[in-house]
Write a protein that binds this ligand. Structure first.
Ligand code: SIN
Length: 291
């Protein structure tokens, strides 16, 4: 296995490994370290069944069965389907383009470690791949914060709410998402997490807040909380922290949800077909007390 880092500091390509085969302890350790260090890793030219994708992802932690995503593999509900494709007028997957910046599962008491995506159909136009997944580096965003703000916010917590993101996606043109049911909302009530997390792989601090789900800095008066969150959202999404993964069919893309935030770029039309299978890996290996 060979790891080739991108120049941006975020992102690496991992060559010469077949993810359909059992993962050795040595390769597991190297991939885990690469995820901490580079935030996003891609494995080109993979050929995986739903079961093989699930088995690979499961090496890294418990897999989440999403509360609101009714689109998943028939046999393996941990394998979710993200797609804009319709068959007989019906969507075959959850359409997630134009999400805006967020961190998956920050709305959950038990936060996520990694997303593992497998690209099956990728739209291309004029030779360029569309529907890139974009990332921002939360290690760098934390490090660059003004010292005064680091001190002010140290030890504080942020409320995250699943419904904030869901409602934002529902407002998008053409969305087929129904409102969350009472039952779904009960299963995902708002939760609080430290605003600065010590990253379990790198041992460095990261900024753990995101425009998608973060609602309130709990320890601040409302007006100051709004001002701080507005500043953090602008700060953390600056161009200098970004990396975009240009998808190719057969890519497996994995990222660290603690050290990055992400956004699925919505630059393709409904007839430019995109199909991705995804597993969501929880951070239970790092925070067993929460699981
Ligand atoms: C995700 O947020 O897990 C999906 C990102 C994408 O579809 O590019």
């Amino acid at each position: 296995m060979r790891i080739e880092p991108k120049v941006s500091g975020l992102g690496a390509t991992i060559h010469d490994i077949d993810l359909s085969k059992p993962l050795s302890a040595e390769n597991y350790k190297a991939i885990e370290q690469a995820l901490g260090q580079y935030g996003v890793v891609s494995f080109p030219n993979q050929e995986l069944t739903a079961k093989q994708l699930r088995d690979y992802a499961e090496n890294f932690g418990k897999l989440e069965i999403n509360v609101a995503n009714m689109y998943h593999d028939e046999q393996y509900p941990e394998v979710m389907i993200l797609s804009n494709i319709k068959e007989n007028g019906q969507p075959i997957g959850l359409s997630d383009a134009g999400q805006d910046w967020h961190t998956d599962m920050s709305y959950s008491k038990t936060i996520a470690f990694s997303n593992v995506l497998y690209g099956i159909k990728i739209p291309f136009r004029d030779g360029e791949s569309l529907g890139n997944t974009a990332f921002c580096n939360m290690h760098a965003a934390y490090e660059d914060l003004p010292e005064g703000l680091k001190v002010e916010l140290d030890g504080m917590t942020v409320t995250h709410d699943f419904n904030k993101f869901w409602e934002m996606m529902r407002r998008k043109e053409g969305s087929s998402r129904p409102p969350l049911t009472e039952e779904q909302r009960k299963r995902k009530p708002p939760v609080s997490h430290p605003i600065f997390l010590t990253h379990p792989i790198t041992g460095r601090k990261v900024l753990y807040a995101n425009p998608g789900y973060s609602m309130r800095v709990n320890e601040l008066p409302e007006a100051r909380s709004n001002e701080v969150l507005q500043f953090l959202f602008e700060h953390q999404t600056q161009e200098k922290y970004r990396y975009r993964h240009p998808w190719a069919e057969g890519d497996v893309l994995m990222w660290d949800n603690m050290g990055t935030i992400h956004n699925a770029v919505a630059d393709y039309s409904p007839d430019e077909r995109r199909l991705i299978k995804r597993c969501q890996v929880m951070a239970d290996k790092y925070f067993p007390e929460l699981y």
